[in-house]
Design a binder for this molecule. Structure first.
Ligand SMILES: [Fe+2]
Ligand SMILES: [Fe+2]
Length: 330
């Protein structure tokens, strides 16, 4: 059986105990999960589709009669094993960097240098392509492909606040408040994105109903954030991922905006993109100063997970840029 099909079957079953009462059947299904995740490279597409479905289930519309076994133990097993596998592989890959971490005093400079020099930053050919050569259809497809992460961003930032009661909570709240359009529903970033998608006839429910539509790189990126928000153990990895997200040079977005304007879009139609040019610059500074630096100053050992998060995010973003550059020009 395919892992993605199995995940769908469990998630939408009306029987919350599916595969749990018959021990033999349960073992068979768990073995499949273990085998697919252990042989991750061979099953990358299937595993990431299944994990995305399982991880994003908690954010599905609660006001429907649709069954949603998001807390099913076999789905938990899948998520747990995926999270361990991804973190172990990344720790191995970046062992050199992780063994020579900067001190708290040098961290900011060190981090900005790593993020800004990263391949996925503004110098990637994808952004020059979006700015100068893309068609409207290609820009639409780019926005559609970014749905798995973008549609859940406000949920991620809202879920990650639990357990934080010091100064970092203020920064998280401020970031979340921006996401929530300072309380005005029409300015919720997610709603602004939906308005933009409607303006350009980009389907809204791809990330719910058509997971196979997405390039695997986009699912990997979303899964890394969603898997980290899912447990307390990976909270500091998530903090590092958020830091790298906000520190990306806003120029990437400005180049995309130039592409939309060149293709005749109005500023009002792409308000979602324009809004992020300025807010993200502020978020980057605030996240560094009020979340990351105080944590490292309090306990230097936390630096390990924060840097692992930065590297996970940069690796995922590079894969996205390479994949999108090829996909859009097909
Ligand atoms: Fe936003
Ligand atoms: Fe931001």
């Amino acid at each position: 059986m395919q892992l993605f099909e199995l995940t769908k079957e469990i998630l939408f079953s009306t029987d919350p105990s599916l595969y749990l009462s018959d021990l033999e059947k349960r073992n068979e299904v768990v073995s499949l999960v273990i085998d697919k995740v252990n042989n991750y490279e061979d099953n990358r597409v299937e595993v990431n589709r299944a994990v995305f479905l399982a991880l994003s289930a908690i954010y599905r519309d609660p006001f429907t009669a649709e069954s949603c076994n998001d807390d099913h133990p076999i789905l938990k097993e899948l998520i747990h094993r995926y999270q361990l596998k991804i973190c172990q592989d990344a720790s191995k890959k970046h062992a050199g960097l992780l063994s020579s971490l900067p001190s708290a005093e040098n961290f900011e400079e060190w981090c900005i240098d790593i993020v800004q020099k990263d391949e996925s930053n503004v110098g990637h050919p994808l952004f020059i392509f979006l700015q100068k050569d893309s068609t409207l259809a290609q820009l639409r497809e780019y926005i559609a492909q970014e749905s798995p992460f973008d549609m859940y961003f406000s949920d991620i930032i809202s879920s990650m606040q639990a357990g934080h009661y010091a100064g970092e909570r203020e920064e998280m709240l401020e970031n979340f408040w921006d996401e929530m359009g300072h309380g005005a529903k029409e300015n919720f970033h997610r709603n602004m994105r939906v308005d933009m998608m409607n303006a350009f006839d980009i389907p809204l429910s791809l990330h719910l109903e058509d997971i196979e539509y997405f390039d695997v790189s986009q699912l990997v990126l979303a899964n890394y954030y969603l898997m980290c928000v899912h447990s307390r153990r990976t909270q500091n990895i998530l903090i590092g991922m958020m830091l790298a997200t906000e520190c990306m040079v806003p120029g990437r977005l400005e180049m995309q905006i130039a592409g939309w304007l060149r293709n005749g879009a109005s500023k009002d139609q792409i308000k979602y993109l324009i809004e992020h040019v300025h807010v993200d610059e502020e978020h980057a500074k605030g996240w560094m100063k009020h979340v990351v630096l105080p944590l490292i100053q309090k306990d230097q050992a936390l630096c390990q997970d924060i840097v692992l998060g930065i590297m996970l995010r940069l690796d995922a973003a590079t894969e996205v840029c390479d994949a999108m550059y090829a996909h859009l020009r097909k």
